[in-house]
Design a binder for this molecule. Structure first.
Ligand code: C2E
Ligand code: MG
Ligand code: MG
Ligand code: MG
Length: 290
């Protein structure tokens, strides 16, 4: 119908399209209604986590799943995280919802084979909250997960705002065995200085680079250089947004450690995790052959 518009998550131009009523959506935004709805989303059971596998190229196996938050709005349908995460941050909801995300992700991961990690996105605001570390430790304890099973994905903004405090919190958690990843690498400011200021376990190269890897020689060289830095500075490099065999082949040839993207698997619901594990282990022929 006319008022159903194809909505493409705008910030990144990514392809996972969602349908929602654009007029209604705009009105909702203006009236602040969306923010109000978000306030009750958790207790109304509208939030879900889905999980996307991260594959080790050397081990040719799934080594982690990234937890990705989904909001099924009762009238608007699926809303993209790039839309509602900023709302959550503005409405002081990121801490309670973020806490639920951590607990739920750990609960799910406790049911998986114990060589598979869970990776959780953490916003800058969460990291600043007093007691963030103990929140993490409590979640691990509640589901008897070893700290090494958990990875926290942060972006460069975390380190821009509150460098000293944030770094201390992250360092404490890392000392206890929790892994720390730098997400969306290459999209922020002065990225290289962060590599110097913190010993990340993983660096996730933003999907905008992977998209251009084959077509732009310059981009390919940057990716190769980051992988090289990883070997020198002892972090693993993860390529985000791998969508085709050419990209995978390039990343393999450059010695990239880990890959994630629609070519390997889309994010899936928790009850599909075991299917993905089974399918991908057969399907990793795809990785070998590419
Ligand atoms: P991100 O952490 O960089 O997550 C990767 C995003 O890329 C996900 O989008 C994923 O669905 C998408 N993606 C994965 N493979 C491909 C591919 O091959 N092609 C394309 N085009 N896209 C791919 P999603 O789920 O829409 O999440 C967007 C962002 O929202 C995330 O980016 C993350 O920054 C944020 N986010 C999601 N869940 C949470 C959460 O629980 N807490 C916080 N603080 N942020 C979250
Ligand atoms: Mg992430
Ligand atoms: Mg990312
Ligand atoms: Mg992102």
């Amino acid at each position: 119908s006319a008022d159903i518009a194809l909505y493409v998550a705008k910030a990144s131009g990514r392809k996972d399209c969602r349908f929602y009523n654009e007029e209604l959506g705009a009105e909702y935004h203006k009236s602040g209604q969306l923010r109000l709805d978000l306030k009750s989303a958790l207790k109304n059971d509208q939030l879900r986590l889905c999980y996307q596998p991260i594959i080790s190229l050397s081990g040719q196996k799934i080594i982690a799943f990234e937890a990705l938050l989904r909001w099924e709005h009762p009238t608007l349908g699926q809303i993209a995280p790039d839309e509602f995460i900023p709302l959550m941050e503005q409405a002081d909801l990121i801490n309670p919802i973020g806490k639920w995300v951590i607990l739920e992700a750990c609960r799910q991961a406790s049911k998986w084979p114990d060589d598979i990690r869970i990776s959780v996105n953490i916003s800058a605001i969460q990291l600043k909250e007093k007691g963030f570390s103990s929140q993490i430790l409590q979640a691990l304890a509640a589901y008897q997960l070893k700290p090494g099973r958990l990875e926290l994905e942060i972006t460069e903004t975390v380190l821009i705002d509150n460098v000293q405090e944030a770094r201390k919190t992250l360092k404490n958690l890392q000392n206890m065995g929790v892994r720390i990843a730098l997400d969306d690498f290459g999209t922020g400011y002065s990225s290289l200085s962060y590599l110097r200021s913190f010993a990340f376990n993983n660096i996730k190269i933003d999907q905008s680079f992977i998209r251009d890897a084959g077509s732009s020689e310059g981009t390919g060289s940057i990716i190769a250089a980051v992988i090289g830095l990883g070997k020198a500075l002892n972090f693993d490099t993860v390529a985000e947004g791998v969508e085709n065999a050419e990209q995978l082949e390039f990343l393999k040839s450059q010695g990239c450690d880990q890959v994630q993207g629609f070519f390997l698997s889309k994010p899936v619901a928790p009850d599909e995790i075991y299917n993905v594990i089974a399918e991908l282990s057969g399907d990793l022929a795809k990785v070998r052959a590419a």
